[in-house]
Every structure is written in C-alpha cells, then in structure tokens.
Write a protein that binds this ligand. Structure first.
Ligand SMILES: [Zn+2]
Length: 71
C-alpha cells in the first residue's frame, strides 16, 4: 500500500475508485481534471468520482428513510 508523502496536501482519506487504496490519488499535471492513482496507476476522472458520490447519496437517503427495526 502506498503512503502519503510529506508533499501531499488536502483531500486526505479519499479512496481510489479502482483499487480502493487510500491517499494514493495525485493530480495529473498535464490534465488537472483527472487524477492518477499512485498504487494501481489507473486514471480517476471527475465522472467516476461523481458516480461514487451518487451511490453514497442514495445510501444516505435510504438510511435516513429506512424504518427502524423493532425488537
Ligand atoms: Zn488505485
């Protein structure tokens, strides 16, 4: 597992959408709209991040509306 370096700033605790490793995403200097994972070398696009956010929003919505389980 890769670890954050001393030069890593902000956005800690974010997982790669491909390998799931934490704190391995870096901005591509030639295309700042895309990240690259330092662990699996896959590109991570804004659309892929938005898809993860959408899944989490659906989960939170379900959790907030799910009926309580009675004993
Ligand atoms: Zn990765």
């Amino acid at each position: 597992m890769a670890t954050a370096t001393e030069t890593t700033r902000g956005f800690t605790g974010v997982r790669c959408v491909h390998c799931g490793d934490v704190d391995t995403l870096a901005v591509k200097l030639d295309d700042v709209s895309t990240l690259v994972c330092r662990e699996c070398s896959e590109d991570v696009t804004v659309d892929e991040l938005l898809a993860v956010v959408a899944k989490l929003q659906r989960l939170v919505k379900w959790l907030n509306t799910a009926p309580a389980i009675e004993d």
